[in-house]
Design a protein around this ligand. Structure first.
Ligand SMILES: *Cc1c(COP(=O)(O)O)cnc(C)c1O
Length: 379
């Protein structure tokens, strides 16, 4: 089956007792057992729930993975992935990852003995040089948030195999429609399904997909032991979202391409970061490992003051955290998503005070451009 067919059908068996075509929301905490030790595969909803199972099979199929685990949020899934390791283990992480990934590593997990190095993973030599005898995992984001830099998936997968490390990709920005890291040899893919996979900004969720049965078993044990699982209702909402992922992504990509080109022609904008622009430093790599360039763009207005004025004057673009919904969202990474990153690190990673990030929605692109044009005129 090809991608869009899987998006609609994978894991979506008609419900056996009624024939309901759409998987119902199984709002139940527990399941009756016929006799001691005999049940239909479900015992308690922290362990598993049929609506969650349907979503787990669906997204795993989209990532070409055999195993899928849905969590309460993207952060819950990142926490679970890192904690498959042990105190004293070292993890290499891309330096401009999602702010929350940095926060959980530095402010929580380091206290439990995990060690992290945040480096520019777009340069393979950096990765090789920072590896230590106790390195057990490499966790990358590509494209990164919010500067859209691209890391070579195949090179990272090879590096990880050579040194027996677990390779993890946060695939939230690209989605499996644009990029399937497992096909490049990556071990584990995670998502904030809050973003594109759900696509409608009405739930929070996280996901881990892998072909590694050992890791999957450990993560399922975490779901049961810790309970940071996705609720049946959120799983049901997300199942509505994944069915239209392909059509939404095509529109996000098309509109973002047009807007990125338009932004490069505006005199008040100093720099536009979009992997689909030929000026992007890893344009060729993006073309090689992605089927499209996505819906995320960031651009630099030069100063905090300019960014403030601009963001005060947008109307269709809503000033809000998050991304990946049908509506266009605009944000200011330095004070919003990346506020927990120390200023010197932040600037070094290109998250300047004037940087604005836009998640291009599926509205008419002319209306989005008019909105941006008006806000620019107010600077
Ligand atoms: C939002 C996001 C996360 C965190 O996910 P939540 O669902 O908000 O917990 C992780 N990584 C990336 C790239 C994100 O955009």
């Amino acid at each position: 089956m090809k991608f869009s067919t899987k998006a609609v059908h994978a894991g979506q068996e008609p419900e056996p007792t009624t024939g309901a075509v759409m998987t119902p929301v199984f709002l139940t905490s527990t399941y009756v057992q016929e006799e001691l030790g005999k049940h239909k595969g479900y015992e308690y909803s922290r362990v598993s729930n049929p609506t969650r199972t349907a979503l787990e099979k669906n997204i795993a199929a989209l990532e070409n993975a055999s195993e899928g685990m849905a969590f309460a949020s993207g952060m819950a899934s990142i926490d679970a992935i890192f904690r498959t390791l042990n105190p004293g283990d070292h993890i290499i992480v891309s330096n401009d990852v999602y702010g929350g990934t940095y926060r959980i590593a530095k402010m929580i997990l380091e206290n439990y003995g995990l060690q992290f190095d945040f480096i520019d993973t777009t340069v393979l030599d950096n990765v090789i040089n920072v590896r230590k005898p106790n390195t057990k995992m490499i966790f990358i984001e590509t494209p990164t948030n919010p500067t859209m830099s691209i890391t070579d998936l195949r090179a990272i997968a090879q590096f990880a195999k050579q040194y027996k490390l677990i390779s993890v990709v946060d695939n939230t920005f690209a989605t499996p429609y644009l990029q399937q890291p497992i096909d490049f040899g990556i071990d584990v893919v995670m998502h904030s399904v809050t973003k594109y996979l759900n696509g409608h900004s009405d739930m929070l969720g996280g996901f881990v997909a892998t072909n590694n049965k050992q890791i999957a078993e450990r993560l399922r044990f975490f779901q049961k032991a810790i309970g940071a699982i996705m609720s049946p209702f959120d799983a049901w909402l997300c199942l509505r979202g994944t069915k239209t992922l392909a059509v939404r992504m095509r529109q996000h990509c098309e509109s973002a391409g047009i807007i990125a080109e338009w932004l490069t022609k505006q005199k008040k904008i100093q720099k536009v970061n979009y992997p689909g622009l030929k000026t992007h430093p890893q344009y060729d790599l993006a073309k090689k490992q992605m089927r499209g360039f996505g819906g995320m763009i960031s651009f630099d207005l030069g100063s905090l003051n300019n960014a403030k004025k601009f963001l005060k004057n947008v109307k269709i673009c809503s000033l809000a955290e998050s991304l990946g919904g049908v509506e266009t969202l605009i944000s200011h990474p330095a004070t919003m998503t990346h506020a927990s990153v120390p200023k010197t690190d932040r600037i070094k990673n290109g998250v300047t005070d004037g940087l604005v990030r836009i998640s291009v929605g599926i509205e008419d692109v002319e209306d989005i451009i008019d909105d941006l044009k008006y806000a620019l005129s107010k600077i």
